[in-house]
Design a protein around this ligand. Structure first.
Ligand code: ADP
Length: 170
């Protein structure tokens, strides 16, 4: 993914990847030639990761195995350094509600002061995903609730392995 192609970086912890994340990836693909899902160990917001980073990268890669425009990589360190190394000037983040706004706005301005060439775009998901978060999926799954409506099938299989068949409504 080099040359003149416009690459968007979509960073996050994706623990797990939800249909809300997938919705943003697909919207970003309308604006960019390729999307790099940059999976971080943890961010300032994510607590108690349920799934190890390398496993998360494996699962998400499987979700997008048939999508050549989507690449999944793990990253650590400064996001702007990662973006610059990839030749990408576009960062995509999802905005669900006003509650996301303050943190996202601060991060966007900080990243731009670290590298003025970066642009951050915020995308709103489909309405039915605005309530969805990885932490909520983890919480419901850990209590044995059915999360099959909220994650891609490959992610659901992994959650079944981890939490048992009830999380798939079986
Ligand atoms: P982080 O730990 O960096 O917040 P997440 O994996 O929770 O990472 O989220 C990554 C990005 O995806 C963030 O921009 C977040 O706002 C966005 N996001 C998460 N869930 C949804 C959703 N249901 N709809 C739209 N965007 C979402």
């Amino acid at each position: 993914m080099t040359g003149n192609r416009r690459i968007a970086i979509y960073p996050g912890s994706f623990d797990p990847l939800t249909l809300g994340h997938d919705d943003i990836v697909r919207r970003a693909l309308k604006l960019a030639d390729g999307v790099v899902i940059a999976v971080a160990e943890r961010t300032t917001q994510a607590k108690d990761p349920a799934c190890p980073l390398d496993r998360r990268v494996e699962i998400i890669s499987e979700v997008y195995a048939d999508e050549p425009s989507v690449e999944v990589v793990q990253f650590s360190g400064l996001l702007v350094d990662f973006a610059r190394a990839r030749g990408a000037r576009l960062i995509v983040r999802g905005l669900r509600a006003v509650s996301d706004f303050e943190y996202e706005f601060q991060m966007a301005l900080m990243n731009r002061s670290l590298w003025p060439e970066i642009e951050v775009i915020f995308m709103a998901p489909a309405t039915n995903y605005t309530f969805l978060s990885s932490s909520l999926v983890r919480e419901v799954a850990s209590l044995g609730g059915d999360v099959s409506a909220f994650v891609p099938p490959i992610v659901l299989d992994h959650l079944v392995e981890y939490y048992g068949p009830r999380v798939a409504g079986r």
